[in-house]
Design a protein around this ligand. Sequence first.
Ligand SMILES: Nc1ncnc2c1ncn2[C@@H]1O[C@H](COP(=O)(O)OP(=O)(O)OP(=O)(O)O)[C@@H](O)[C@H]1O
Length: 619
Amino acid sequence: MTANSTLPLDVEGGNISGHDGYQRDKTFAPMGMRIIFKDLDYSVPSHHKRGERAFLLKKVAGYFDAHQMAALMGPSGSGKTTLLDVLAGRKNAGVTEGTIAFAGQKPTPQFLRRYTGYVEQFDTLLGILTVYEMLMYTAELKRPISEPLASKKQAVEDLLEKLTLTRCRDVKIGNVLSKGISGGQAKRTNIGIALITNPRVLFLDEPTSGLDSFTSNEVMTMVKSLAAGGVTICATIHSPTSYCFSLFDSLIMLVKGRVVYFGPRGHSAIEFAQSGCPHPKEYVPGYNDAEYLVDLVTEADIAGESDKMADFYASSQLFLDNAACIDQYLSESSDVLPANIQKELAVRSATVTPWWWGLKTLVKYRTSKNYRDGEFLGPRIGDKLLISLLIMTLYLGIGDELRESNYINIGAVLFMWCTLPAFGAASYVPALVLERNLFTRERNDGLYLVVTYLLSKMVDELLLTALASVGISAYVFYGIQLQGEWVAFWLVYYITLCNGIVLAYFVAAISPNLDIANALLPTYVVTLLFFGGFLFRFHEMPKWWKWYSYIDFLRYSWGSLMANQFGENDPEWLGTTVLSYYSLGSVNKWRYMGFLSLFFIVFFLLAWITMQFKKYQSR
Ligand SMILES: Nc1ncnc2c1ncn2[C@@H]1O[C@H](COP(=O)(O)OP(=O)(O)OP(=O)(O)O)[C@@H](O)[C@H]1O
C-alpha cells in the first residue's frame, strides 16, 4: 500500500483557523489524519495460567489513511476489538507497548476523547430523549460554547439528513420495555453521536452487527461518504455483505493477535491469503470475499495453523513494503502540521465545555424530561406520600397531648419520620447503577466530568425532593399537631432525605452491581437505627460502641426533631425530663442540623472520589 496524500502526514485541515471544530463545520473542509502503529503488543494477566501474561496483540503494524476506510477482520476472539480499543485509547487495563502515532504524534488521551469518534458495538442512548434531542444534547456538550445555538441546531439537522434519520427525528429512543426507534435507527443515532464534532478519525466496533443486509449497506454507505469527505475510518467487521465489503479500501486480518494480512482489499488479499494458508479451501462461486477470507483464517486457526499464516505474512514482500512505508511515515516531521491540528494534539482538558455548562445541559435535557416521566416521578414521590399519610393518620393529633403515656409515641413518630428517608434511599440506587454503561461511554467521549454528572443527578433529586417535602412535612406536622417550628421539622426531613440520596449514590458507586447495592444499603441503614438514640439511650451504650453513634446521621436528625418538639417545654418524665431521659438535654437543634449537613458533604465527596477512580469497565 502506498500513501497518495499531498499534504504532509496525510493530514488535511482545509482552511480551518480555529481548533474547536466550529469553523471546520462551517467550511466543511476535509479532515483526517493518518494513524500509524508499529510493533504493537498488548498484554493482560492471563486467565489460563496464573502469573503469566497473555499477549492479545503481538507485533501488530499498519497504518490507516485519511479518505480511506480500513476493515479489521479475523475469526472471533482474534483481537479485532482489542486493536481498535488500543488505537482509540479506550483500554483501561493491560499493558500496551509499541508505537502509535496520529498525524506523526503520540496522541494524548484527551485528544482521543475530544477529536476522535468511537461507535461502540452496543447502543448506549438515553431512552427518554428523541433522536433529535439526543444529538442536540451531545452537540451542546461536545461542541464549543462559543458556537451559537442556531449553528448547533443546523449541524444536527444536517447530520439527521446525512444519516437518513429525518423520518424518526422526533421519535423517542425508548428502551427494552418501551420500544422506540428501530435497531438500524439506533445504530445510526450512535454513529451520529460520534460524528457530532466532525471528528478527524472514526472508530467503529461491529457497526453492522444486528442489522439486516439492507440497513447494513445503508449504514456503511453513509460511513463511506464520510471517508470520501476526508475522515480516517477504521471498523471491525464480522460478516459484511459483499457490497459492504466492497466499500473498504484496506484490510487488516488478525488471527490470535497476529497480523496475517495487511494491504488493499480485493483479489490480491484473497490470493495472498490462499498462498499463506497451509490448506486453502476452494473459492467456489457464491462465496463473498469477506466470508471466504474469514473462513480461510478461521479454519487455519481451528487447525492450529494460524501462526504459519502469520509467519508467511512476516516473511513476505508485502510485509517488507508495508514496513518501509511505516518507517517512512514515522520519519516525517510533525512540525509541518497545521497550527490547529498541533493545538488539538496538545489539548490537555478532557472535555470541550466547562463543568457548569455541562451541568446546565444535563439539567436542560435530562432533568426536564425526567420531571415529565411517570417512571421517574412515581417511585420518588409515591412512597413518601403513602408513608406520610399513614404516619399522619396513625398519630393524628397526638403531638400536643403532653401526658406521660404519650411521650414514647411522640418520640417514636419523630424517630420513624427520620428513618424513612434513610430507608427510602434504596429507590435512588438504580438511577446510577443502571446508567453505568451510558455514563462510561459519555465520559470516555469527553462529554462531561464526573463531578458534573454527579451534580446533575443531585439537582434532579434535590429539586423534586424539596418541593415534595414541603407539602408532605406540612400536613404531617399540622396533622399530628407537633410542637416547635414547622421550618425546623421540614428542614430536618429534607436534609435527612438529601443524606439518604447521596448515601445511595455512594453505595451505588462502590457496588459492582444492583444486587450488591440493594443488599448493602439496607444493611447499613439498619445499623444506623440502633445508634440513633431512640432504641438505645446514648448514655447506656457500651463504651466500645459509643463512637458509632457519633457518626450516625440519624442521631442528629432525631435529636434535632426531639429538641424542636420538647425544647421550649421539656416535660417531667420518669424522674427527669423527656430530653434528659434520652440524653438530649443539651441539644441545640440548629447545631445538630449543621452536623447533619456535614454528612451530606462527606457522602458526596466519597461518591465523587469513588466514581472518579473506580473502573466500571475493565477493557
Ligand atoms: N486475560 C486474558 N487471558 C487470556 N486471553 C484473554 C484474556 N482476556 C481476553 N482474552 C482473549 O483475547 C481475545 C481478544 O478478544 P477481542 O474481543 O479483541 O476479539 P475479537 O476479535 O474482537 O472477537 P469478536 O469478533 O468475537 O468480538 C479473545 O480471544 C479473548 O478470549
